[in-house]
Ligand binder design. Structure first.
Ligand code: KG4
Ligand code: ZN
Length: 352
């Protein structure tokens, strides 16, 4: 069964064809970094316009890359068995672009439409085809598990019973963790998006050079807060009570600051994961979202896995950030469960 997955929730336009929820026949992603770079974050109106400009070409490219000739359609029958689209959560204008394209194609091809939760799709990403994995992992061997989605917009901790059943255990009270990376990078003058920039800057830096705060909240809390560390970076880099626009200290060791920042964030994430695993009596963890691409965090999770006998499933870095393959993948599961949508499917900006 082949599914076209469409992703336009934020600032990546993605389309992919995935077979049987596993084999990635094509996966095309175009980001909008050059458009948002100078604002230090995603500008919603610019994002939705940019999606409009490229979405049909990206979908066409995903068909071509999967060996489907768009010129021959639809005379030879539908090219896919369903169209899956992330219709929640996200920027409403951006969501509407992908959703409208998906509806049009599902209608024209006469195939089911499947509305997908973008955060749940991030959890699915670890189950897709990847280097060194020739077969789909049996979900029964993974679930129930603790899942953590860490991205520019989300810091969501779940108890997951299956691909489509997730109970929210914790959430960020303020900034998402990816947002903290992006804001810290902006303060450090490292550009956008901040995650990869901080990671590059941290090479060779000392993880214990600066003691940034680890906000863990109450001892049993599974929620997160990352606004404090952002302010701590600002004060460290520009001086106590300094403003963002203020001058940067001259003696700053950028690599040390970046490495210490990563260490502090990783400490918090690992501690919350530990708490959740303990509380739920589980030994399996599924990670997803752009920040899951972070090398230091991946190392720390591998250590956690080895030291505490926890099985950790993390997607390859290219499938951590937003893409259409994860949408097609979870679309396959929803389709099997009969959870298709009609053409009245709406965009829902907030997480459900
Ligand atoms: O999942 P994603 O593409 O979009 C959302 O759903 O939000 O995540 C984007 C976020 C950005 O904040 C970016 O800075 C962060 O993921 N990110 C990283 C890395 N690569 C991307 N953060 C830390 N380390 C990375 N290597
Ligand atoms: Zn995402």
């Amino acid at each position: 069964m082949r599914i076209l997955g469409i992703e336009t929730t934020c600032d990546e336009t993605g389309a992919a064809i995935v077979e049987d929820g596993f084999r990635i026949l094509s996966n095309v992603v175009v980001d909008q970094i050059p458009l948002h770079e100078r604002f230090g974050g995603v500008v919603p109106e610019i994002a939705s316009r940019a999606h409009v400009q490229v979405v049909t070409r990206i979908i066409e490219r995903s068909l071509v890359n999967a060996g489907i000739d768009p010129a021959g359609l639809p005379l030879e029958g539908p090219p896919v068995d369903a169209v899956a689209v992330a219709n929640r959560p996200g920027l409403v204008g951006s969501l509407l672009v992908g959703l409208t394209a998906a509806k049009a194609l599902a209608l024209a091809w006469g195939v089911p439409l499947v509305g997908v939760d973008h955060i749940h799709a991030h959890i699915y990403a670890g189950f897709l085809e990847a280097e060194g994995r020739a077969e789909r992992i049996d979900p029964g061997a993974v679930f129930p598990a603790i899942s953590l989605v860490i991205s520019g917009g989300h810091t969501s901790l779940y108890r997951s019973e299956s691909f489509t059943s997730h109970e929210l255990l914790g959430n960020t009270l303020d900034d998402a963790v990816g947002e903290a990376f992006d804001k810290a990078a902006a303060i450090l003058g490292l550009g956008y998006p901040g995650g990869p920039a901080i990671s590059r800057a941290a090479v060779g830096g000392r993880r214990d050079a600066v003691r940034f705060p680890r906000t863990l909240l109450e001892p049993d809390s599974l929620d997160f807060s990352f606004s404090g560390i952002k302010t701590a970076v600002l004060y460290h880099v520009k001086g106590q009570n300094a403003r963002r626009a203020g001058p940067t200290r001259e003696d700053l060791e950028l690599a040390d600051v970046a490495a210490s920042f990563e260490a502090a964030v990783a400490d918090v994430l690992v501690e919350k994961i530990r708490r959740a695993l303990r509380r739920e009596g589980l030994r399996r963890l599924v990670l997803g979202g752009g920040v899951a691409a972070n090398r230091h965090l991946r190392e720390r999770l591998a250590e956690l896995g080895a030291a505490e006998d926890v099985e950790v499933l993390v997607p390859p870095p290219s499938l951590c950030t937003d893409n259409g393959a994860m949408i097609a993948g979870i679309g396959f599961e929803l389709l099997r469960e009969g959870r298709t949508s009609d053409l009245l499917l709406d965009a829902a900006p907030l997480a459900s």
